[in-house]
Ligand binder design. Structure first.
Ligand SMILES: Cc1cc2nc3c(=O)[nH]c(=O)nc-3n(C[C@H](O)[C@H](O)[C@H](O)COP(=O)(O)O)c2cc1C
Length: 315
């Protein structure tokens, strides 16, 4: 136990420590991570307008059914998933989830998915005049324009995609990086050179589990993406390396955060904000709890809190 105050997630809270990500103010430095937040599932547990931001499930140009089941498996200190970006498509998002989130007063980061460069361009164009506050481009999806590989694994392909999307929107554009690369700094620079306003990292790491009664993979797809506390040290090192190479780009740190203390580690690694993912699948209130714990921890760290408020970061 952290020894911090036990909170009622529905009780109003006067946030003392906000942040600014690519010019967009967040009430506090904690958002939900894409694919782990659903308004119908979480909206009764806490006031979503009180999160720093809500990053929504990846939105594609048309509805995607996702992968065959089983799609999730438990793993030591984490999980493996191959949900496959199941979502009802951008048209549905624009008339359903986005207006409902905005009506509640949430700061919305719309996560964009695509299986080709064209897919991403269609979604970004459709969102350009929407009330979404920021866009988060998930470049981990398998991409036919890039031979089925995720575009986030190739600096040139990533730069080409981000440059194209930059021409389609004035909204703050966050590029969400995949950790499944040899050199994270190279792809981070390619995204920034293409016009990214901010980076978020990390997405899931490739992994799998085997069912020892059948000798076969547990996930129908064979492999999936690993998330949860087991990826925390890896995610921290990625954020730290990107921050050292790119001192000025806003960074949203993601990976295994389940407490104010682990969120604080990311801020000290150089992140301007964080997102909470798998922890919310164990406890739906986790993102709000992390935000409240972090608010207390920042009381004791005025130097860091002041930097975040100004849109700057720890160095
Ligand atoms: C079930 C599930 C679905 C996810 N869906 C998306 C998605 O649609 N878009 C995306 O960019 N990341 C997606 N992610 C990745 C998370 O947003 C996050 O980057 C990753 O899980 C690492 O953070 P965590 O350890 O806090 O979960 C998903 C993760 C999980 C567990």
């Amino acid at each position: 136990m952290s020894g911090l105050t036990i909170m009622d997630p529905l009780e109003p809270h006067a946030w003392r420590h906000g942040t600014v990500v690519a010019g967009t103010p967040w009430k506090n430095p904690v958002g939900t991570a894409s694919g782990t937040f659903n308004l119908d599932a979480c909206g009764d547990y806490y006031d979503v307008s009180q999160m720093g931001a809500i990053s929504t499930k990846g939105v594609s140009p048309v509805p995607w059914e996702g992968n065959p089941t089983p799609r999730t498996a438990e793993s030591p200190a984490g999980m493996v998933n191959s949900v496959g970006l199941q979502n009802p498509g951008v048209d549905h998002y624009l008339v359903d989830e986005l207006p409902r989130l905005k009506a509640l007063g949430a700061n919305v980061v719309t996560n964009v998915a695509g299986h080709s460069d064209e897919d991403y361009a269609i979604v970004v164009e459709r969102l350009a005049d929407s009330p979404a506050d920021m866009l988060e481009i998930n470049v981990s999806c398998p991409n036919v324009s890039h031979g089925g590989m995720s575009v986030g694994t190739d600096a040139k392909a990533l730069n080409r995609l981000v440059t194209r999307l930059r021409g389609l929107t004035d909204k703050p554009m966050v590029v969400k990086l995949t950790p499944n690369v040899t050199d994270i700094v190279e792809v981070a620079k390619a995204a920034v050179d293409g016009g990214a306003d901010a980076l978020s990292l990390i997405n899931t790491l490739v992994g799998m589990r085997i069912d020892i009664t059948t000798g076969k993979p547990i996930l129908a797809q064979g492999t999936g993406g690993v998330s949860g506390p087991c990826i925390l040290p890896i995610a921290l090192s990625f954020v730290w390396r990107v921050r050292r190479a790119l001192p000025d780009i806003p960074i949203i740190g993601i990976g295994g955060i389940d407490s104010g203390r682990t969120a604080l580690e990311f801020l000290y690694a150089g992140a301007n904000a964080v997102e909470v993912g798998a922890a919310a699948l164990v406890d739906p209130v986790a993102p709000m709890r992390v935000a409240r714990e972090l608010d207390e921890l920042l009381d004791e760290r005025p130097e860091l809190a002041d930097l975040l408020k100004k849109g700057e970061c720890w160095r």
